[in-house]
Design a protein around this ligand. Structure first.
Ligand code: PEP
Ligand code: MN
Length: 339
């Protein structure tokens, strides 16, 4: 920690605070500038009490951490890109993953038709929501357990690993039994008790960034998962809430680059929930690939007009080949492998 004193702080205060730092188990190294003094407190923060409390002294201007609060997630802990597997499909370290499927699972027929269309054009991982986080309680809430059953069977039939969202603790085990990868949605990014429970399920986790979550908070949520036993975390940027209403959420491309810089975990992008409209999904997806994303998760439905949720943003599954034809060359240009 770096403790910054206000300009012209009296020497006796610097000595007094330096003693407190020693008493808390750190070694204080005093650095005197022309006008301001700082103390570098050397010691392992995880072993001693926090120095944040020093902010209560009127002479202290700031207390700044040197180390990241997320350690296991950071590149300081693991400098190379990690490879995470969903089923047998690899993501990260040059392996690009394409995940696609409908917003909601609606029936066997709908899932089979989607899986057949997507598999034909090279999509390897199937998505679909059984438990849906809807803004209105009057909207379709998902098929729940029945949806999980459909997803699992269709995934098996088409030999595609499946990703589905867990909404709450009561369904965590059931979701974990059906899914090859558990999605934590944007609304639950900072639901720490849920993260702990999901981390112990033994499945990889796709962690979406919350709509109002900073990159640091998002990476700290990944840290919760790792600390509680799940090292297989895939980060997913899906747009954040800003003042701009022309897209459903503002896709934060910068965050993709920052997360890749800060963390060894793979970072994928969901252009569908960021765009909110089908015509913008391709350009946002292309921007994501160009920014270094390790994969995409895209909504696709056999008949979007009839979709029970997010109708406006889903690519008709029969036309997903057109999307792939634009994305695959770009992925290859970025030097990544797309299976
Ligand atoms: C979803 O993937 O269907 C979903 C609800 O996503 P998000 O949590 O990003 O809104
Ligand atoms: Mn959706």
């Amino acid at each position: 920690m770096i403790i910054v004193f206000k300009k012209h702080s009296p020497e006796e205060k610097i000595q007094e605070i330096s003693k407190i730092i020693t008493d808390l188990g750190y070694e204080p190294r005093i650095i005197r500038g022309v006008e301001q003094t700082v103390i570098a407190a050397v010691g392992d923060e995880s072993m001693h009490s926090s120095l944040e409390t020093l902010k209560m002294f009127p002479e202290i201007e700031n207390v700044l951490p040197v180390q990241k609060r997320y350690k296991l997630t950071s590149r300081e802990y693991h400098s190379d890109d990690s490879i995470i597997k969903i089923g047998k499909e690899k993501i990260g370290a040059g392996n690009f993953a394409m995940i696609a499927g409908p917003c909601s699972i609606e029936s066997y027929e709908q899932m089979r038709e989607t899986a057949a269309d997507l598999k034909k054009v090279g999509v390897k991982i199937l998505r679909g929501g059984a438990y849906k986080p809807r803004t209105s309680p009057y909207d379709f809430q998902g098929l729940g357990e029945e949806g999980l059953k459909i997803l699992k069977e269709v995934g098996k039939e088409f030999d595609m690993p499946v990703v589905t969202e867990v909404l709450g603790m009561p369904h965590a085990e059931k979701v974990a039994n059906a899914a090859d990868c558990i999605q934590i949605g944007a609304r639950n990014c900072q639901n720490y008790h849920l993260l702990e429970v999901v981390a112990s399920c033994g499945k990889p986790v796709l962690l979406k960034r919350g709509m109002a979550t900073t990159v640091e908070e998002w990476l700290s949520s990944a840290e919760y998962l790792i600390v509680h036993g799940c090292p297989n975390v895939i980060l997913c940027e899906r747009g954040i809430r800003t003042f701009e209403p022309s897209t459903r959420s503002t896709l934060d491309i910068g965050a993709v680059a920052v997360a890749k810089h800060e963390s060894h975990l793979p970072v994928i992008v969901d252009p569908s929930h960021a765009a909110g409209r089908v015509d913008l999904v391709l350009p946002l997806a292309m921007a994501a690939v160009a920014a270094g994303a390790d994969g995409l998760i895209v909504e696709s439905h056999p008949n979007p007009v009839k979709a029970s949720s997010d109708a406006a943003q889903q690519i008709p599954s029969a036309r997903f080949g057109d999307f792939m034809n634009r994305i695959v060359p770009l992925v290859q240009l970025m030097g990544k492998k797309i299976p």
